[in-house]
Write a protein that binds this ligand. Structure first.
Ligand SMILES: [Fe+2]
Length: 313
């Protein structure tokens, strides 16, 4: 695909923001999903964090249900300034510290580029995450006891958006965030149906995808899902059992994806926004070339149940 001048580079996705009419209900779901209340900055926004060092991963403002925006963490302040300069946009002080530039992508998705958002102390991961697999015995002499309780969400891993014009969207995002394509998914007519996109951190391995854009004929641009990394497979399974016991709406899983290889489990929040638990995804550095593949490969899985019929729309 077309290569544009790169203005700045992103380090990772940082957080997602939703709107919902009942913040207490959203908080209850998110606590069952494995997030916990973050610092309250007194602005009426519900913020939830994981056990990692991000101050918050999920925000909700009171209003009609919907996806509001995503935040992208830039490598450093110079990237944010370069982005602001190229856009003619202001660098603003961000709530909770650090700096931000607000952008709008070609489909109207709001993007908050952030830098120097303060890190917080990580919280304890679950114990007992060593495995006695056949090739590697990691816990001789130790019993394993896994409680059914909320998963330990560590970080936000990726965000998936349906877009209306893939070439236009990719040109916009690549030039502003210096992104790389891990998998380019072609439709039977050779149109690009989806891109699995990672950050360029040089020699440092990063998630196979941090963003995914998909374009299906006749489907309007919209939020598809936000995916949160959990501690490990036991954490995903026990956390899923907990969500089930609490009566939350399951969507798809447990299975292992092909593109990105994660073990996945999808749930819906009380207003139907799709949120994913995942663990054990592929890590690629900047040298790994783009792989070209097809839609059945994207929608398939290595093991697990088939996707529900409404997953792709
Ligand atoms: Fe995902």
């Amino acid at each position: 695909m077309m290569v544009e001048t790169v203005i700045a580079k992103a380090a990772d996705v940082e957080s997602v923001r939703f709107s919902a009419p009942d913040l207490a209900r959203m908080r209850g779901f998110l606590e069952d999903f494995g997030l916990r209340a973050a610092e309250d900055f007194g602005d009426g926004v519900l913020r939830m964090r994981g056990v990692g060092d991000a101050p918050f991963l999920h925000e909700t403002v009171e209003g009609e249900p919907g996806f509001v925006s995503l935040a992208i963490r830039m490598r450093r302040m110079d990237d944010l300034k370069a982005l602001a300069g190229a856009e003619g946009a202001a660098v603003e002080a961000a709530t909770g510290g650090g700096w931000r530039v607000m952008l709008t992508d070609p489909d109207g998705f709001r993007v908050e580029a952030v830098a120097e958002r303060p890190r917080v102390a990580s919280l304890a991961p679950p114990p007992n995450n060593a495995w006695n697999i056949a090739a590697r015995r990691e816990r001789p002499g130790e019993a394993k006891r896994i409680a059914v309780r909320p998963a330990h969400v560590v970080r936000l891993g990726h965000v998936v958006l349906g877009v209306s014009d893939m070439a236009r969207t990719w040109a916009w995002w690549r030039s502003r965030f210096g992104l790389l394509v891990s998998d380019e998914v072609r439709a039977p007519n050779d149109d690009v149906a989806a891109l699995f996109i990672r950050c360029d951190r040089g020699d440092e391995p990063v998630d196979h995808h941090t963003l995914n854009f998909a374009s299906l004929p006749g489907v309007p641009p919209k939020f598809h899902h936000a995916a949160f990394e959990v501690s490990d497979l036991d954490d995903l399974m026990a956390g899923g059992r907990y969500l089930e016991e609490k009566g939350h709406r399951h969507d798809w899983g447990v299975g292992r994806h092909v593109l990105g290889s994660q073990v996945f489990d999808y749930w819906r929040d009380p207003w139907g926004h799709r949120v994913e638990h995942w663990t054990d995804g592929d890590l690629f550095d900047a040298r790994v070339p783009t792989n070209v593949t097809d839609i059945p490969t994207m929608m398939g899985h290595q093991w697990g149940p088939a996707a529900p019929p409404d997953f792709a729309v």
